[in-house]
Design a protein around this ligand. Structure first.
Ligand SMILES: [Zn+2]
Ligand SMILES: [Zn+2]
Length: 233
């Protein structure tokens, strides 16, 4: 009954095109908009999960000399125009409802065995930024996954102790420098962890967090991201 009244006041809408659904619909995306998002259905790079045609690693992972501290990254979608627009509206235009929809989609679409995972840890933002934005986008994205798979969502273990420039303003080397000393981590000895973020671009933030978690004793880190940047060569 309560949900019915909520539906009357705030009818469920597609988070992309804003079309209203019938009462009681649990969907967040209409079928047309769902078809606009690019899932990764092909063979994936076993490190970063970008689509590949042959072999085990993509060109980027095969060439990198960086030490990688996460065990693998898994992204659900390619970071295309639709996802980019959604994440932008969610993060910067104060639409946490979009994030809740994306969180549901993440929980529904993930097709990985995560039964050995002890904690889900969202990539933290600094408390000053959280105060400005009102929420941590990664924490909202993680919520449905934690609920559906009954895995504790821990926001108390990994902290961002320095407020850094947004990574997207910087090139690769600046990105690395920007994050030095940015995080602190409590003891996570022997734990298997999902580290959750919205976008995997160069992986610098994920890798810095992973290094902190591994230094704090983490056994296994699965980086889980909504979308990954990908250019077909
Ligand atoms: Zn739609
Ligand atoms: Zn790769």
């Amino acid at each position: 009954m309560f949900n019915f009244i909520l539906d009357l006041i705030y009818p469920p809408r597609c988070i992309v095109c804003n079309n209203i659904f019938e009462f009681g619909t649990q969907k967040f995306l209409c079928d047309e908009c769902k078809n606009l998002i690019t899932p990764i259905n092909s063979k994936r790079c076993e490190k970063c999960s970008r689509p590949i045609d042959f072999g085990n690693l993509c060109g980027i992972c095969a060439r990198t000399h960086e030490k990688v501290f996460f065990d693998k990254n898994f992204s659900l979608f390619i970071y295309d125009d639709v996802i980019s627009d959604l994440i932008h509206r969610f993060k910067f235009k104060n639409h946490p409802a979009i994030g809740k929809g994306l969180s549901k989609i993440m929980a529904n679409e993930i097709n990985l065995d995560i039964s050995q995972i002890d904690y889900i840890i969202p990539v933290p933002i600094h408390k000053a930024r959280k105060r400005d934005r009102g929420f941590n986008q990664s924490e909202i994205l993680a919520k449905n996954l934690a609920q559906k798979f009954q895995i504790p969502l821990r926001t108390d273990l990994l902290k961002r102790i320095r407020n850094t420039k947004p990574q997207w303003l910087l090139d690769f080397h600046e990105r690395k420098r920007n994050l030095i000393g940015a995080f602190s981590c409590k003891n996570v000895s022997g734990k298997n962890i999902i580290l959750l973020d919205d976008i995997f671009t160069t992986g610098t933030t994920i890798n810095e967090c992973s290094q902190m978690l591994k230094n704090a004793g983490a056994n296994y880190i699965l980086s889980l991201t909504l979308a990954i940047t990908f250019k077909k060569l």
